[in-house]
Design a binder for this molecule. Structure first.
Ligand code: SF4
Length: 280
């Protein structure tokens, strides 16, 4: 059986940067907190916990120290203000691509546009961006959401960094009927686009696809959706322990792709497990 691991796999730049910043800080000051998981990968978050990097999950009162690292997706403005009011020492590890989207949203608002944010309203990245343009923005998850919009004077568009280009284009096309004046920023992350493209290519030439990454990771979920469109034999797993030997009966080629917050170790574990199955 042939195993093909996608070239763009393992941590992306933003995730690697956030983790390194948090580790470097914890080596200097000891225990540090993140507001919510620093990245969407439960196994990595658990490992970081052992290094003294603690995810305060729901309550800011869980923070029993002064050092806080802002995670890769950013945090809402009111939470940032709360941390500042408590005189916390804050290290911003928000991915620069996410910060850039937020800056575009602010620029659009300043220039009088209603900001259309394409993405999932429950995702931390969208909550972060929305918190900076609260009164002048609308969040659009699907093309159907555009029906709710009345005609607006000026619309400025940005999108979640891990959005699929198809959804971005579909929603933007529909928005064209809702205003005469537009400004559009394509804020999809280049890394996310590469992974989506490679998933499409790999799923077209594989008999079975393994997508490794957090079940709570938007970009990993997106890769699983893309792969399933081409190949129903697509399995989204977090760890090698979830692999089942019978999945691979009669399979000649397995494609492996990962979300942006999946460490290299998870890929190695999956490949090693396939070898143990006696399939390579
Ligand atoms: S996927 Fe892109 S936007 Fe998200 S953390 Fe990685 S580099 Fe940043």
């Amino acid at each position: 059986m042939k195993i093909i691991v996608a070239k763009n796999s393992g941590f992306c730049f933003g995730v690697r940067r956030a983790i390194n910043l948090a580790i470097n800080l914890s080596e200097k000051v000891g225990r540090v907190y993140t507001i919510g998981p620093i990245i969407h990968n439960p196994q990595v978050v658990e490992e970081l916990f052992k290094d003294g990097i603690i995810a305060a999950r729901n309550h800011l009162t869980e923070i029993k120290g002064k050092n806080v690292v802002i995670r890769a997706h950013g945090i809402p403005l009111d939470v940032l203000n709360y941390l500042c009011s408590k005189k916390m020492k804050i290290l911003d590890a928000t991915c620069p691509y996410v910060t850039r989207s937020k800056s575009y949203a602010e620029e659009l608002m300043r220039d009088g546009y209603t900001v259309a944010i394409i993405g999932n309203p429950d995702h931390p990245e969208i909550k972060y961006i929305h918190s900076y343009v609260p009164g002048n923005s609308i969040i659009l998850k699907s093309p159907e959401d555009v029906k709710k919009i009345k005609f607006l004077k000026k619309i400025g568009v940005i999108t979640q960094t891990t959005q699929s280009p198809e959804n971005f284009i579909e929603i933007t096309k529909k928005l064209l009927h809702c205003s005469n004046e537009f400004k559009i920023f394509n804020t999809i992350c280049p890394d996310a686009i590469k992974r989506q493209k490679e998933t499409e290519e790999l799923s077209a030439k594989s008999d079975l696809m393994i997508i490794i990454g957090g079940k709570n990771s938007a970009n990993t979920q997106r890769l699983a959706v893309i792969s399933r469109k081409k190949l129903s034999e697509t399995h989204h797993i977090e760890t090698a322990g979830e692999l089942k030997k019978h999945w691979f009966r009669g399979v000649k080629t397995v494609g492996i792709v990962t979300g942006a917050s999946t460490p290299d170790k998870s890929i190695k574990d999956v490949v090693d497990t396939l070898k143990k199955f006696g399939l390579q």
